[in-house]
Design a protein around this ligand. Structure first.
Ligand SMILES: *Cc1c(COP(=O)(O)O)cnc(C)c1O
Length: 391
């Protein structure tokens, strides 16, 4: 038995995505830049996928650039705004403390290149305040980049308000919407954003493919030079099968969005009901502005890593936070950013659900996690100390 609850790290490929990809791998395997029939067939699939993705987020096809994933889209959008800003002598960028590393590390690199970066507080509830964005913008600011939904704690940010502020102040606004697209409604017009990042493998599409939405009129800067693919802005033969699979996955996700949100949040509520009862536990992030399927909790007195291993042995695949920081012993920068004390942040558990999960699986998790937490506490010197201090 395997219960997969690590959908914020990656998701299973859907049958719809797989079936859409097969013809591109088998028959229509041509290079979309080739003039012959096989190439032009691939080109047709590619442009249909562009139309479909555009429609799914309220954009037009010309605003869609295919990338190798969310990380590339984040890098390219941020570097584009930084480059355009520098041309006008504007080298200040605003972001938040709990962005994905694809954003934070790009900003780190830009700091080395002479940019200044302001990382806004996300407070205890894990939500950026629009007024903080307004207050941080100066004449030097070229970009605000704030994620739509956080990948570790699931909190949703006030994106359209932030976008409106940026529009008024004439500052580019990018949002990493990787955790949002396919999970909650996403519309680039309602969000008032100039650029938006998407990754296919977070909504049951294939890995290694994503989208950068760029509003008409913004000249994108290349990260990769070479051929004229993607209107000259992203060289390299297109990952046609991946792109077509992504479009199919997104279509399916959006068609069942309401139904899935209901189903998934009911399962998450079952987890909250069951696991919230564990003593000295806490739920991280404001649940009233939240993705349907992500639940992040901390249990005092235990190590997240030990918890994960024991849960895995019982068939539950979960995470302690970000897949990108696992393997390092540093506590999550996201949990620290919302003020979770270091020693408690070590005992974190992220359960991220999808429509492929079942209520039976949730019941099993609700039975199993408290047993494992109790066992780990029974052998934990830290827990012994905590409970002694209480007496
Ligand atoms: C997964 C993720 C990314 C990276 O996307 P890749 O396609 O894996 O490069 C970026 N941002 C967020 C919020 C993510 O969850």
């Amino acid at each position: 038995m395997t219960i997969y609850t690590d959908n914020a790290a990656t998701t299973k490929l859907s049958d719809a995505a797989l079936n859409a990809m097969l013809p591109l791998l088998k028959e229509s395997y041509g290079n979309p830049s080739s003039l012959h029939t096989v190439g032009q067939q691939a080109k047709e699939y590619l442009e249909q996928a562009r139309e479909d993705v555009a429609q799914a987020i309220g954009a037009s096809a010309k605003e869609i650039y295919f990338t190798s994933g969310g990380s590339e889209a984040d890098n390219q959008s941020i570097r584009t705004a930084a480059y355009l800003g520098a041309k006008k002598g504007k080298k200040h960028i605003i972001s938040s403390k709990f962005e994905h590393h694809a954003v934070l590390h790009t900003l780190k690199a830009l700091e080395q290149e002479g940019y200044s970066v302001t990382l806004l507080d996300v407070y205890e509830n894990g939500i950026v305040k629009p007024e903080d964005v307004a207050n941080a913008i100066t004449d030097e600011t070229c970009l605000v980049t704030i994620m739509t939904a956080n990948n570790e704690i699931g909190t949703i940010q006030p994106i359209s308000e932030i976008g409106k502020i940026c529009q008024e102040k004439k500052v580019y606004f990018h949002t990493d919407a990787v955790q949002a697209v396919g999970h909650i409604p996403v519309d680039v017009n309602k969000m008032n954003c100039d650029m938006l990042s998407i990754s296919a493998h977070k909504f049951h599409g294939p890995k290694g493919v994503g989208v950068l939405y760029v509003k008409k009129g913004i000249p994108l800067k290349n990260l990769i030079e070479g051929g004229a693919q993607e209107r000259g802005k992203r060289a390299g033969t297109e990952n046609v099968a991946g792109i077509v699979g992504m479009a199919a996955a997104l279509k399916e996700a959006n068609e069942s969005l309401d139904e899935n949100m209901k189903k998934i949040s009911a399962m998450r509520d079952r987890l909250i009901d069951g696991l919230g009862k564990i003593e000295r536990s806490r739920i991280n992030g404001d649940l009233s502005h939240h993705l349907p399927g992500t639940l992040n909790m901390c249990f005092e007195g235990i190590e997240g890593e030990s918890l994960l291993l024991l849960l895995d042995a019982k068939g539950i695949c979960a995470s302690s936070g970000s897949a990108c920081t696992s393997g390092s012993l540093d506590p999550s920068h996201v949990l620290l950013s919302i003020g979770v004390p270091v020693e408690i942040a070590h005992g974190s558990l992220r359960l991220s659900l999808s429509e492929y999960n079942t209520m039976e699986e949730m019941n099993y998790i609700v039975d199993t996690v408290p047993q494992v937490v109790s066992y780990l506490r029974s052998i934990s010197p830290v827990w012994e100390k905590i409970t002694k201090e209480e007496k």
